[in-house]
Each structure stands twice: as C-alpha cells, then as structure tokens.
Design a protein around this ligand. Sequence first.
Ligand SMILES: Nc1ncnc2c1ncn2[C@@H]1O[C@H](COP(=O)(O)OP(=O)(O)OP(=O)(O)O)[C@@H](O)[C@H]1O
Ligand SMILES: [Mg+2]
Length: 428
Amino acid sequence: MKLDSKAMRHLTSEDWRVLTAVEMGSKNHEVVPTPLIEKIARLRGGSSGVHKSIATLAKVGLVARVKEARYDGYRLTYGGLDYLALHTHASRRDVYSVGTRIGVGKESDIVVVADHDGTQKVLKIHRLGRISFRTVKANRDYLKNRASGSWMYLSRLAAMKEFAFMKALREEGFPVPEPLAQSRHTIVMTLIDALPLRQISSVPDPASLYADLIGLILRLAKHGLIHGDFNEFNILIKEEPVSDAAGDEVKDEVSRVNLTPIVIDFPQMVSMDHPNAEMYFDRDVNCVKRFFERRFHFVSTQPGPFFDDAKKLVGKNGSKRLDAALEASGFTKKMAKDLDAALREQVAKDVPDEKDVDSSEDEDVDDDDETYISQASDAEQSENGPAQPSEDEPIAVIQPGSEQSPGHASRSSDPAAREMERLSLGNT
Ligand SMILES: Nc1ncnc2c1ncn2[C@@H]1O[C@H](COP(=O)(O)OP(=O)(O)OP(=O)(O)O)[C@@H](O)[C@H]1O
Ligand SMILES: [Mg+2]
C-alpha cells in the first residue's frame, strides 16, 4: 500500500478529530458504531459536522464503511492509521515531509522522509496484516471478539518491539540505525546510505567481512539475543575510505575501503533463553555461511559457531542482558506471545494467491485488507519492481578505491533530488 500523504493537507481539524475518534473507538470495537464516533468526536471538541467529516474520511479511504447486521459503523483503514502516525510525527517535529518509498518488505513499507532541516530519515511502516490475512481469516471467530489479533494491534507491537530493541542495541554500541521516534505502527530512524549485502557481488576481503558478521551474532548472544532473521537483506554494507594516522588515504589495495555492516529489522528478535533458541541461532549462522559460499565462494575453515558455546557467552564480562529490554519498555508477556504467533505464521505462509482468498467469508465486512493483499502481491510489486533483486542481480561491486559508495548506486543522498511532499497538520 502506497503512502500517499497528499490528502492530508485537505483535512480540517474536525476531520482529524473524527479520525482520532474512529481510532479510539477501535480499541473496543472492530467496527466502530457511527453514534460512538459522534460521541467521542464531540467529547473532544465542538459538535459540528461529524457526518461531513466521516464522509470526507471515507472518500479518501482513511475509514471504511462496514455494514454489519446489527449496526452501521466504520473501521480505520491502514491509510487512516498511517495518517494518524504521520500527524503525530509531524506535530512532534520528527517528520516534515514524505518522499519516495525505497522498500516494500513482506511486513513493512520503507519510506524516505525528511525533518525540518531537510535531513533525510527512514519511516518504517509495519504492515502485519499483509501476509497473515489468511490466518486472520481462519481465526475470524476468535478475532471478532478480540482486538489482540487485529492488524492494527499486531503492527503496533512489531513497531514497539523493533523500536525497543533498536534503542537498547544502539545504547550498547551495536551498528544499527538510530531509532528516533515511534508512533503506532511506525518507526522513524536514521537513513543508512548503504546497500543490502544481497546487492553486493564482490568484496575485497570476504574473510574479514564474514568474521565481522559472525562476530556480531556472537556479540548479540553475549547480550542474550538472537537476531532471528540475520540474512543478506537485513545487513547493510557501508563503505568508508580508510585513512592512516596522518589522515592520508591508505593506498594499499585491500585495506583502502572499510566495509561496516549495519544490522536492521528487529521485530523477530528472540532471547537466548527462547525454547527454540538453538534453531534460530543456527539458522542465523547458516544464513551467513550459505550466502558467503554462494556469492563470494568463501568457506570458513572454522566450524560453528555453535549454540552451546554461544550460550556460555551470555552475560560474560558484565555484558548487559538486552533480552529483558523489551519488557522494560512496557511490552508485556502477552504482547510478546501475540506478536510471536503472528510472525511465526507469517514465516510459515507465503503471500496467498488470489484464488486462496475466500471472499465468501467476508460478506459482512467490507475489508480493505483483501484488496490490500492483491495490490501488494501483484500491482505494487510489478510497478515498483520486486522488493528485493533476484539472486542473479547483484548491482554493486565493491572495489578498493571505487569512486562511488554503494549507496550512491541506488539512491541519491541529495535531498533536492528526491521529491518530498510536505506534511500539513491542518488547523489542529
Ligand atoms: N534505516 C535504513 N536505512 C536505509 N535503508 C533501509 C533502512 N531500513 C530499511 N531499509 C531498506 O529497506 C529494506 C526493508 O527493510 P526491513 O528489512 O527493515 O523491512 P522488512 O519488512 O523486514 O522487509 P523484508 O520483509 O523484506 O525483510 C531493507 O532491506 C533496506 O534495503
Ligand atoms: Mg528485512
């Protein structure tokens, strides 16, 4: 789903109040009855055109009308939630304008935004309903009466979890983007000007990069954590020229560029104490091994690292355990359980074919998630290209002393080169 912020500037303060009322009503109602929207909106302000606002919001797709047998009402759409989050980021001055989308993941949209100074940042919008929709359908009865399986709730949990871990990792000096703000299902973080490892066809010294990556897995373990999706898409490679002590560029062929891996994507992080920790740990290690063998024809002479050895590192030399960071941030055990279940199902299932989506179950709900899936799976992907390049299409070769950093090959860091849509807060 594209983030189109254009309609934002036409919303009045009354429209925003009504949109907020729909969101508040959603806490207890999957479909918010129209009288309840009126009541909440009026409590929060004057008692004028609530209906007019509802019509405006429905027209631009921020709320969707649902005709239930028992009552008429509206539900917040992904677009509506996006607008509320953007509105919050704008009013806190974390985001001033919205630019292009640079990534469509299975579970998120990645959009370049800028603040008031023109500094570019990344807005990650979690979209958990995108894949788990089929599962959501299978659990419809369960979901009908509970908010805990809804896309809104699960996407917010993913954002909360990712933000908390990014913050904790950053504080321990891990190479991760700096988390700047979180609202609802979104995170604002620093933009890393680098390409995912997946898009890099060769590096001067694979052994050293391999050692760095395995080192990161072990360093995470020391702090009680397993990334859980440590693959070539979630490792960005930053290229920096190396200077010697005198500040001159190093001429030696191999050491002229420094490759620094930056790790991203944390909603699936697990504790080293997780019942399946060994499986997750081995999977992360094997991901790196497999990729290095295939792409760089590099096989380490050292076996492992193995989980049992990594386990002994937990908390070593006074390393702070970060697996507790999540609970410290207010993330309850129940939230962790709900999110784990959703992410597990997501991994297990692929994007459903259209024929897999059984619309007959849906006649009582005008559910935009369905269109959302077909958009994301075909129209959007083909329009924007696949989320990731195929294995055969690495686009960057990192050579010592190459003139362009890999980041420049794919995206411009010049703010003027990117079209930005300034956000409007309306008259609130
Ligand atoms: N802070 C950032 N700076 C630069 N690029 C980023 C940043 N965060 C994400 N990206 C880009 O967006 C892509 C997707 O981001 P991320 O892995 O966080 O989302 P995701 O939903 O997990 O995607 P996927 O399902 O494909 O793994 C990354 O591979 C990377 O290219
Ligand atoms: Mg990812």
